[in-house]
Design a protein around this ligand. Structure first.
Ligand code: B4P
Length: 197
């Protein structure tokens, strides 16, 4: 069965840039399935699975979880939701290997990424957002500034190269991620609409 009409959105940006926040709004509008690898990993940890325990050691240090773990998890999710109209990939891919794996998983379903929405936010604003969330959530990785700085380093070294990867494919759309939530949301929707034409 061909699924070329599917809408597949990657929401991209550094830790705390608003990926999770804006994904919720996009899901509502476009009726897609949400794949947040951060949420899936935290659910595995809460269920005390072997995968969850393994992942937790990396998350607590602010490091990326190994590619094979994350890719396997995403593959399972996609197989279990193969009747979906499309997906929002939130926090995935985070490495070039993950991006290559995603392209081939979508290719197996005869579909592709529609667009990559990149949220741009400066580092100082990101640190204060995450520390603020750390006060009210149980996320250990948001509570300590050193862990947050490690997450940024991981982002710079391993995730940022994906910007070029998607720019070359003509799929990258850069969006100012500071300011009013609904203004940001409207900019994201404008990129999606343009990519669908
Ligand atoms: P994630 O759960 O993806 O965490 P995140 O990058 O911090 O983004 P999140 O979506 O939660 O936050 P948001 O920007 O929406 O990953 C956590 C960890 O899991 C990683 O460090 C890694 O160890 C592991 N992991 C996950 N995926 C992986 C992968 N693919 N490969 C390897 N490892 C992986 O929001 C942050 C805060 O900002 C919120 O409090 C929000 O209210 C606020 N905010 C949002 N928009 C705002 C705005 N416009 N103004 C002011 N505040 C705003």
């Amino acid at each position: 069965m061909a699924h070329t009409h599917m809408l597949n959105i990657v929401i991209f940006g550094p830790p705390g840039s608003g990926k999770g926040t804006q994904s919720e709004k996009l899901l509502d509008k476009f009726q897609l399935k949400h794949i947040s690898t951060g949420d899936l990993l935290r659910a595995e940890r809460a269920a005390e699975t072997e995968l969850g325990k393994q992942a937790n050691a990396f998350i607590c240090k602010g490091e990326l979880v190994p590619d094979d773990v994350v890719i396997g998890m995403v593959r399972n999710f996609m197989v279990n939701h193969s009747d979906s109209k499309g997906f929002i990939f939130d926090g995935f891919p985070r490495t070039v290997n993950q991006a290559i794996a995603l392209d081939s998983m979508l290719d197996e379903s005869k579909t592709t990424i529609t667009c990559v929405l990149g949220l741009e936010v400066g580092e100082n604003e990101l640190v204060s957002r995450l520390l603020l969330r750390g006060l009210s959530s149980s996320r250990i990785d948001d509570q300590d500034e050193n862990t947050i700085r490690t997450r940024f380093k991981e982002y710079q070294n391993k995730t940022l190269p994906l910007q070029d990867f998607y720019q070359i494919q003509g799929k990258y759309c850069s969006i100012q991620g500071t300011g009013d939530l609904s203004t940001i949301f409207h900019s994201l929707c404008a990129c999606v609409d343009k990519a669908r034409k």
